[in-house]
Design a protein around this ligand. Structure first.
Ligand code: NAP
Length: 247
């Protein structure tokens, strides 16, 4: 699978899954725009890619803001000439039971995980449609498929991302643009490292593979959806979860 001459934008690529995706796509030959709100993390990701001989640039932007998301895509096009692959990865959690969930915790999670993906996709599609080629990969979650107590906001955003993926896939399939979602299970990153040990042990019991996944496990699936080889696959959701959810 090669992505030479392709330009990829990865949101939230300053660490964790986003960084692993950026490294993987750069390794496949893509020029990578590393987006994040964290300047240090984004610069580190760019430095790792550059030292391995790849091409990358950091663009700081809060993708939950329409103007910022549009600027991200416009600057990516100015820097590298196009946007061929968009990976909507930036996401946060703000957990709490429904009865106690604040308006702010609901809004922040929906704004970053779902509205941000909408803003970036709308901005990037303009260029993909013109070039009649594109790959959109949305990082959802198994929680968006099965729900989770304490994560009504996150589950709603991630389920919404699946609806967004399928609708976009139908709209642009005839232009050789695909849109697919990946639903990771529990992946060892900063997002899950803050879970308590007892909860982690409970979660492990639900994973047939018997371990958490790595960010690279997710990146490998993204690389396939980003590649020319996945041309006839669109509107799909792929679980990367060690067998946790088999739907
Ligand atoms: P992470 O380690 O918390 O990394 C997320 C990155 O996104 C951080 O660098 C964060 O920056 C950045 N970010 C947050 N808000 C942003 C915004 N508005 N604009 C641009 N960047 C922003 O998370 P992760 O575990 O790698 O997760 C990546 C994606 O996978 C998320 O969508 C997550 O929901 C999804 N996912 C993760 C798991 C898992 O088990 N880890 C499972 C299923 C799905 P700051 O922290 O500096 O704000």
């Amino acid at each position: 699978m090669t992505l030479s001459d392709r330009v990829a934008v990865v949101t939230g690529a300053g660490r964790g899954i986003g960084r692993a995706i950026a490294l993987k796509l750069a390794g496949a030959g893509a020029a990578v725009v590393v987006n994040d709100v964290d300047e240090v993390g984004a610069s580190e990701t760019v430095a790792i890619i550059s030292s391995a001989g790849g091409r990358a640039a950091a663009i700081l932007a809060d993708i939950s803001q329409s103007v910022e998301a549009t600027r991200l895509v416009e600057e990516a096009v100015s820097s590298f000439g196009s946007v061929d692959v968009l990976v909507n990865n930036a996401g946060i959690t703000r957990d709490g039971l429904m009865l106690r969930m604040s308006d702010d915790d609901w809004d922040r999670v929906l704004n970053i995980n779902l509205r941000g993906a909408f803003f970036c996709t709308r901005a990037a599609l303009k260029y993909m449609v013109r070039r009649r080629w594109g790959r959109i990969v949305n990082i959802s979650s198994v929680i968006g498929r099965i729900g989770n107590p304490g994560q009504a906001n996150y589950a709603s955003a991630k389920a919404g991302l699946i609806g967004l993926t399928k609708s976009v896939a139908r709209e642009v399939a005839s232009r050789s643009i695909t849109a697919n979602a990946i639903a990771p299970g529990f992946i060892d990153t900063a997002m899950t490292q803050r879970l308590g040990d007892a909860l982690k042990q409970d979660i492990l019991k639900q994973i047939p593979a018997g371990c958490f996944g790595s960010a690279e496990d997710v990146a490998n699936a993204v690389a396939f959806f980003a590649s020319p080889e996945s041309a006839y696959i669109t509107g799909q959701v792929l679980n990367v979860d060690g067998g946790m959810v088999m739907v």
